[in-house]
Design a protein around this ligand. Structure first.
Ligand code: 5GP
Ligand code: ZN
Length: 113
Protein backbone atom coordinates (compact mmCIF):
# COMPACT_ATOMS: atom_id res chain seq x y z
CA UNK A 1 0.00 0.00 0.00
CA UNK A 2 1.72 3.14 -1.28
CA UNK A 3 0.32 5.69 1.14
CA UNK A 4 0.18 3.56 4.26
CA UNK A 5 2.37 4.89 7.10
CA UNK A 6 2.91 1.46 8.61
CA UNK A 7 3.85 -0.09 5.26
CA UNK A 8 6.43 2.70 4.97
CA UNK A 9 7.76 1.76 8.43
CA UNK A 10 8.02 -1.89 7.29
CA UNK A 11 9.96 -0.78 4.19
CA UNK A 12 12.22 1.49 6.28
CA UNK A 13 11.02 4.58 4.42
CA UNK A 14 10.06 6.29 7.65
CA UNK A 15 11.90 5.72 10.92
CA UNK A 16 10.62 3.83 13.92
CA UNK A 17 12.06 2.48 17.13
CA UNK A 18 11.87 -1.27 16.47
CA UNK A 19 11.63 -3.64 19.41
CA UNK A 20 10.94 -6.97 17.66
CA UNK A 21 10.88 -8.40 14.16
CA UNK A 22 10.38 -11.78 12.51
CA UNK A 23 9.42 -12.90 9.01
CA UNK A 24 5.75 -11.95 9.45
CA UNK A 25 5.57 -9.14 12.01
CA UNK A 26 7.24 -5.97 13.18
CA UNK A 27 6.88 -4.32 16.60
CA UNK A 28 7.88 -0.74 17.37
CA UNK A 29 7.25 1.98 19.93
CA UNK A 30 4.15 4.11 19.48
CA UNK A 31 5.10 7.66 18.41
CA UNK A 32 2.60 9.13 20.86
CA UNK A 33 2.72 6.69 23.77
CA UNK A 34 -0.10 6.48 26.30
CA UNK A 35 2.50 5.16 28.76
CA UNK A 36 6.18 4.22 28.80
CA UNK A 37 6.65 1.04 26.75
CA UNK A 38 3.50 1.52 24.59
CA UNK A 39 4.22 -0.82 21.68
CA UNK A 40 2.51 -1.56 18.36
CA UNK A 41 2.71 -4.95 16.65
CA UNK A 42 1.84 -5.11 12.96
CA UNK A 43 1.82 -7.69 10.18
CA UNK A 44 4.45 -6.86 7.54
CA UNK A 45 1.90 -7.63 4.83
CA UNK A 46 -0.71 -4.90 4.58
CA UNK A 47 -4.15 -5.73 5.95
CA UNK A 48 -6.50 -2.98 7.01
CA UNK A 49 -8.29 -4.73 9.84
CA UNK A 50 -9.22 -8.05 11.43
CA UNK A 51 -11.52 -8.93 8.55
CA UNK A 52 -8.68 -8.66 6.02
CA UNK A 53 -5.92 -10.13 8.16
CA UNK A 54 -4.67 -13.61 7.21
CA UNK A 55 -5.01 -16.17 9.96
CA UNK A 56 -1.27 -16.94 9.95
CA UNK A 57 -0.51 -13.24 10.43
CA UNK A 58 -3.04 -13.07 13.27
CA UNK A 59 -1.26 -15.99 14.95
CA UNK A 60 2.14 -14.36 14.39
CA UNK A 61 0.95 -11.07 15.92
CA UNK A 62 -0.46 -12.92 18.93
CA UNK A 63 2.74 -14.92 19.44
CA UNK A 64 4.77 -11.70 19.29
CA UNK A 65 2.37 -10.07 21.78
CA UNK A 66 3.08 -12.83 24.28
CA UNK A 67 6.87 -12.49 23.85
CA UNK A 68 6.71 -8.71 24.16
CA UNK A 69 4.33 -8.78 27.13
CA UNK A 70 6.91 -10.90 28.96
CA UNK A 71 9.75 -8.56 27.92
CA UNK A 72 7.78 -5.47 29.04
CA UNK A 73 6.88 -7.09 32.36
CA UNK A 74 10.53 -7.93 32.93
CA UNK A 75 11.94 -4.54 31.92
CA UNK A 76 9.28 -2.09 33.17
CA UNK A 77 7.35 -4.20 35.69
CA UNK A 78 3.93 -2.59 35.11
CA UNK A 79 0.98 -3.77 37.19
CA UNK A 80 -0.89 -4.63 33.99
CA UNK A 81 -0.74 -4.47 30.20
CA UNK A 82 -3.74 -3.45 28.11
CA UNK A 83 -3.99 -5.26 24.76
CA UNK A 84 -6.02 -3.12 22.38
CA UNK A 85 -6.88 -3.53 18.72
CA UNK A 86 -9.36 -1.30 16.86
CA UNK A 87 -11.21 -2.11 13.62
CA UNK A 88 -12.92 0.72 11.76
CA UNK A 89 -13.32 4.45 12.11
CA UNK A 90 -16.47 3.85 14.17
CA UNK A 91 -14.22 2.64 17.00
CA UNK A 92 -11.48 5.23 16.37
CA UNK A 93 -9.07 3.22 14.23
CA UNK A 94 -6.80 5.96 12.88
CA UNK A 95 -4.06 4.08 11.00
CA UNK A 96 -5.68 1.76 8.48
CA UNK A 97 -3.05 -0.98 8.75
CA UNK A 98 -3.90 -3.64 11.33
CA UNK A 99 -2.03 -3.03 14.59
CA UNK A 100 -2.13 -4.47 18.07
CA UNK A 101 -1.36 -2.16 20.99
CA UNK A 102 0.45 -3.26 24.14
CA UNK A 103 -0.03 -0.55 26.77
CA UNK A 104 1.71 -1.06 30.12
CA UNK A 105 -0.24 0.39 33.07
CA UNK A 106 0.37 0.82 36.76
CA UNK A 107 -1.98 1.31 39.71
CA UNK A 108 -3.07 4.92 40.18
CA UNK A 109 -2.49 6.03 36.57
CA UNK A 110 -5.43 7.83 34.89
CA UNK A 111 -7.89 5.56 33.08
CA UNK A 112 -7.44 4.89 29.35
CA UNK A 113 -9.76 7.11 27.33
P1 5GP B 1 -5.31 3.55 16.36
O1 5GP B 1 -5.41 3.50 14.85
O2 5GP B 1 -5.40 2.20 17.01
O3 5GP B 1 -6.28 4.53 16.97
O4 5GP B 1 -3.89 4.12 16.76
C1 5GP B 1 -2.85 4.37 15.85
C2 5GP B 1 -1.59 4.53 16.67
O5 5GP B 1 -0.51 4.67 15.80
C3 5GP B 1 -1.59 5.75 17.62
O6 5GP B 1 -1.35 5.30 18.95
C4 5GP B 1 -0.46 6.62 17.06
O7 5GP B 1 0.24 7.30 18.07
C5 5GP B 1 0.39 5.61 16.32
N1 5GP B 1 1.11 6.18 15.18
C6 5GP B 1 0.58 6.93 14.18
N2 5GP B 1 1.53 7.26 13.28
C7 5GP B 1 2.69 6.71 13.73
C8 5GP B 1 4.03 6.70 13.22
O8 5GP B 1 4.35 7.28 12.17
N3 5GP B 1 4.96 6.03 13.95
C9 5GP B 1 4.65 5.38 15.10
N4 5GP B 1 5.65 4.76 15.74
N5 5GP B 1 3.39 5.35 15.62
C10 5GP B 1 2.43 6.01 14.93
ZN1 ZN C 1 -0.01 -0.82 5.32
Amino acid sequence: MEDCIFCKIVKGEIPSFKVYEDDRVLAFEDINPISKGHTLIIPKKHAENIWELEEDDLIAVQKASKKLAHAIKKSLNPDGIACLQLNGTAVNQVVMHYHFHLIPRSQGEPELT
